[in-house]
Ligand binder design. Sequence first.
Ligand code: UD1
Length: 418
Amino acid sequence: MDTYIVNGGEKLYGKVQAQGAKNAVLPLLAASILTDEQVKIRGVPQITDVENMLRILRELGCTIKRRGENTLIDSANAISHEIPARLTKELRSSVFMLGSVLTRFRKARISYPGGCDIGLRPIDLHLSGLKRLGVRINEVGGFIECSADKLVGADILLDFPSVGATENIILAAVKAEGLTVIRNAAKEPEIVDLQNFLNAMGAKVQGAGGGTVVVEGVKRLHGVEYTPIGDRIEIGTYLIATAMCGGEIETNGVPPENIAALLHKLRENGCKIHTKNDKIVLQSCASLRAVDLVETMPFPGFPTDLQAQYSALCCTASGTSLIVENLFETRYKFAAELKRMGADITVRDRTAVIRGVKRLHGAKIVAGDLRGGAALVLAALAAEGQSQVLDLSHVDRGYADFEYKLKKLGAKIRRVRV
Ligand code: UD1
């Protein structure tokens, strides 16, 4: 099992370039089978979620060539509409494959998806949206079997602006007959990126980022070369790390408006932040102040994927912070590990009350999910003494070169196999 050994207490100084956004790249990879021409995606991060998505594409019959972060997908010979169950369990985002596999083959079979254990994560909105486009759905023995004689555009109102459901419906609608309107659509920057990618392939998608997405079905899509947006969650993680450890960081590749909610809170905590284009500079402050309330919300609200890292910051901010997790039911598993480091946290249902302590101390802790794991790494970097962060399999799902980038900033962190 891979483990980080962290000697805490070092300030962080330097620059970080954003990796390609995990949550943008995964749907783009799913979308690549919408054409039988070649698709080239640059800046594809080397993380296990991406490797698993590429494995799924290979099992469908696609040829993948990977040179560093450049990825070439050729799905001319794709033949299978069955998304392999063992890979679906590893990767929840494999559910996006439903929309694109349906568009390609008029049928799709998938087992119930996996991913982080952070709550129930139902897919009812995905399925009801697909039904509205004319898809028949059978759920048998843990598998979802979908088929459609043809996909026909429809007016769809989502009960909740689900990121995955919005993307899945777009992917099923791009070549459907007529017009699809998705109301109460998710507004995340990754949806806008999917729209730009599809339009570069010849699709007609409009409105992403604004809450109503309109898709006019086209007959065919062609190959494309594309660079996805930078990872706002990754960059947010490094900004929080610097605020916690002290120091000064410059990040590049994520426009400030994509993580405005975090920047707003970090300023309230006392950090100085300057921005220009897609550059963000954060200078830490001598002592962080607690902010009263942070509630996770769909974009442009505070992202649930930064809740754990921000909760780690609150552990040493002076005063009491109240965190409310509105998106996922069980996203505080990391809190028990932070307590082993001396944090004062009380969790009840979706709320955490965090009373700031002067300093955390090193401990042996287990990273149980992707963002919770990142939060523990940040806590270990800021703590007094040595920590061991056990089981990096979840962190590796989302952060490329994590320890390398942190070391370049001055952190004392190394990966060992125990
Ligand atoms: C995506 C992101 C994930 C992020 C989340 C919320 C990817 C690969 N993952 O996940 O990192 O944490 O957005 O920003 O992009 N829901 C339903 N029924 C559904 C679908 C969702 O009730 O059919 C609920 C979920 O249980 C959850 C909420 O909607 O409470 C948000 O989920 P959603 O926006 O769909 O997140 P994901 O697409 O799974």
